[in-house]
Design a binder for this molecule. Structure first.
Ligand code: AVJ
Length: 326
């Protein structure tokens, strides 16, 4: 039955193929970390945030209710909250719903920016009922590109928010570029609250990226599942192992997929050779000291006004303000 062929027809995403092939043709094969977040990847990441070994999310969430009122004190009422990489409103809630009644109107508008359109639409729907007076203007896009705020919020004082240590995925030079772009978007009288993981002993870091239940391994391998489905790739999932390594020199956790054998795979018809033990580098997660983070922000024109951390110094929230020419 010739029609059966149709059952196996796949729509191949050319953009994804190009991104994959360009990374896989380097000497150290790489795939960009943002490819993790298809629907299944978002589900797996959510499960990671609930793992006992993954302290980042729960530590930041415990800090936010304490820090939010202090941040809002510096935000004039009628401010717009601009959140970078906002896949849900869970963390922004602490800024949108302040505990003191007189600060109710501090945030008048919310601009969540994310690559995942479905997540943004769901957020807008939920916020319409939970915060009926809040103006919500989602922007679909990659935050490494300049963002133009909607005209209706252009005149409002701006508070930027970048939680979750997503900034740790960026090389320090990219982090500076991103912070400089955000500085341009948010303007000279803004504030910017950034959540970032801290450098610490590898005995704490490594299990957070190689958990006992194997959820992080599944998250890492899901990148190949996605390429098989969307980029016409033919990865044998069993033939790649998850590996997390601590790179002390660069102060970062690296995630890799290690080829268990000499093998040849194909991506959209193009052959890719792997020797046994060769890796695909899928993610960097930088763990900066406060001094280093503050230096990176300074390069982008931000001064650190306050830094908060938990008693065990696992995670930090930095409140940045634009440096004004002396
Ligand atoms: C969402 C980028 C903060 O680097 O910890 C979790 C992603 N990777 N486990 C991180 C991730 C492996 C996460 N960020």
């Amino acid at each position: 039955m010739p029609n059966d062929v149709g059952l196996f027809a796949r729509t191949i995403d050319r953009g994804l193929v190009d991104v994959a092939l360009s990374g896989l043709s380097r000497r150290q094969k790489t795939l960009p970390a943002k490819l993790f977040y298809d629907e299944e990847g978002c589900r797996l990441f959510y499960r990671i945030t609930e793992l006992p070994e993954y302290y980042l999310t729960r530590t930041e969430r415990a800090l936010l209710p304490q820090v939010a009122p202090l941040v809002l004190e510096a935000a004039p009422s009628g401010s717009v909250l601009v959140e970078y990489g906002a896949s849900n409103e869970g963390k922004a809630e602490f800024l949108l719903t302040p505990c003191t009644p007189d600060r109710t109107e501090a945030i008048a508008a919310y601009v969540p920016i994310d690559v995942a359109m479905p997540a943004l639409l769901q957020m807008r729907e939920r916020l319409a009922s939970s915060h009926p007076r809040l103006a919500v203007h989602p922007i679909v896009g990659d935050f490494m590109h300049p963002v133009k705020l909607p005209a209706s919020v252009a005149a409002m004082p701006r508070l930027g928010f970048f939680p979750g240590s997503t900034i740790g995925n960026l090389e320090p030079t990219e982090a500076t570029q991103f912070l400089a772009l955000a500085r341009a978007t948010l303007g000279a009288r803004s504030r910017f609250l950034v959540g970032a993981d801290l450098r610490k002993d590898p005995s704490v870091l490594l299990p957070a990226y190689d958990d006992a239940a194997g959820v992080t391994a599944a998250f890492n391998r899901n990148m190949l599942v996605r390429l098989n489905r969307e980029a016409g790739a033919e990865f044998d999932l069993e033939a790649f192992a998850h590996r997390a390594v601590w790179n002390d020199q660069e102060s970062r956790i690296e995630m890799h997929l290690v080829s268990r054998k000499d093998q040849v795979t194909r991506v959209a018809g193009q052959q890719i050779h792997f020797s046994r033990g060769e890796t695909i580098h899928t993610e960097n997660s930088y763990k900066h000291t406060p001094e280093r983070f503050i230096a990176i922000a300074a390069d982008a024109g931000w001064d650190c006004r306050t830094m908060w951390t938990d008693p065990a110094r696992l995670f930090a929230l930095y409140l940045l303000e634009p440096r004004t020419a002396a």
